[in-house]
Design a protein around this ligand. Structure first.
Ligand code: NAD
Ligand code: LMR
Length: 331
């Protein structure tokens, strides 16, 4: 039997985690024969801790065979102790009319303390995935605190954007989602992101062969994907939850499954595709060993794609400037 994986999850009484935790416990994230221990962090507020106890009761009541233990805590050092994966979901979601970057001042500081704690107590093989918004820059803040764990251990989630883009292309081309491949989202998890239809394929052929309406691709598809989060908030009054949980399952599975398939993952930029070194940007990655990825630098991008990437890079650089005090701060 594979070794037990300790999974720390923050914001565990929140809405994303309500959909996420049963799926981790049932083996959908790490495999159907991998036992897991859930180490769940919530804020030290009675209501949140009570809700967390309720979530744990429900997990108990599922009698998941792979779930070996559940640890409930309000202390980061307890939640992250010996964790192999840290899933950083806990943070404020935006409301109607806000942009995700508006959350930086409130949410950014959470990631100073959590980055420090992870670096000091998590397992040597620890990997971190950041979901809490704005996730690219929060990930940079957490990674910036780490001395033991290298930047490549920290990734942020743009997989929901990839999944959204795949569905939009499939709908337009009137094909099943499984016919769409090679769709990579570049840049920030924000409306500036660039879902690259120019290199994506439908039934193995260039998207432009199946969808000849270029105006739709440039003027409708891109903003629909980029503003999908806001559309869901408008419709539900709450931000996306089970689709975000589902994307995090896909994100972690992609990074733990060795394969030639490319996935959209926000990683620390080494300058590839024109991103400023040191910002966390969505790029094509391929998993070469469980938990270890390589950026594929071989994708050819046209001038349109390059101009979109320049815009999303400028936003990431701007966010980095906004949080320069948080980057200089010590927990
Ligand atoms: P939610 O408000 O339902 O839950 C968030 C939970 O986090 C709350 O229970 C809160 O008490 C907890 N929390 C806050 N600060 C914490 C801290 N310091 N430590 C531990 N827990 C803490 O929100 P949600 O809908 O679950 O969304 C969570 C985050 O995920 C938001 O920032 C949201 O914008 C983001 N999100 C990102 C994506 C993405 O694709 N990257 C998608 C959807 C949502
Ligand atoms: C999403 O994309 O659904 C999330 O990031 C929530 C949001 O604020 O849009």
């Amino acid at each position: 039997m594979p070794k037990t994986i300790r999974v720390a999850v923050t914001g565990a009484a929140g809405q994303i985690c309500y959909s996420l935790l049963p799926r981790i416990a049932s083996g959908e994230m790490f495999g159907k024969d991998t036992p897991v221990i859930l180490q769940l962090l919530e804020i030290p507020v009675d209501k949140a801790q009570a809700a967390l106890r309720g979530v744990a009761m429900e997990l108990d009541d599922c009698a998941f065979p792979l779930l070996q233990d559940i640890i409930l805590t309000d202390k980061p050092d307890v939640a992250f102790k010996d964790a192999n994966w840290c899933l950083l979901v806990g943070s404020k979601p935006r409301g109607p009319g806000m942009e995700r970057a508006d959350l930086l001042k409130d949410n950014g500081k959470i990631f100073i303390g959590q980055g420090t704690s992870i670096d000091s107590v998590a397992a040597d093989d620890c990997r971190v995935a950041v979901v809490g918004n704005p996730c690219n820059t929060n990930c940079m803040i957490a990674a910036n605190q780490a001395k033991r764990l290298k930047p490549e251990r920290f990734t942020a989630m743009v997989r929901l954007d990839q999944n959204r883009a795949v569905t939009q292309l499939a709908r337009k081309a009137k094909v099943p989602v499984s016919a769409v491949s090679d769709l990579i989202v570049y840049g920030n998890h924000s409306p500036t992101m660039y879902p690259d239809f120019t290199n994506a394929k439908i039934s193995g052929k260039k998207v432009a062969e199946a969808i000849t309406d270029e105006a739709w691709l440039k003027e409708s598809f891109i903003p629909t994907v980029g503003k999908r989060g806001a559309a869901i908030i408008e419709a539900r009054g709450l931000s996306s939850a089970f689709s975000a949980a589902n994307a995090l399952i896909d994100h972690v599975r992609a990074l733990t499954t060795v394969s030639s398939t490319l996935h959209s993952v926000a990683v620390c930029s080494d300058g590839s595709y024109g991103f400023a070194p040191g910002v966390w940007a969505g790029v094509p990655v391929r998993t070469t060993a469980p938990g270890t990825f390589q950026v594929d630098r071989s994708i050819t991008l046209d001038e349109f794609a390059k101009s979109k990437i320049a815009a999303t890079n400028a936003e990431l650089v701007g966010e980095r400037d906004t949080v320069k005090e948080l980057l200089a701060a010590k927990a």
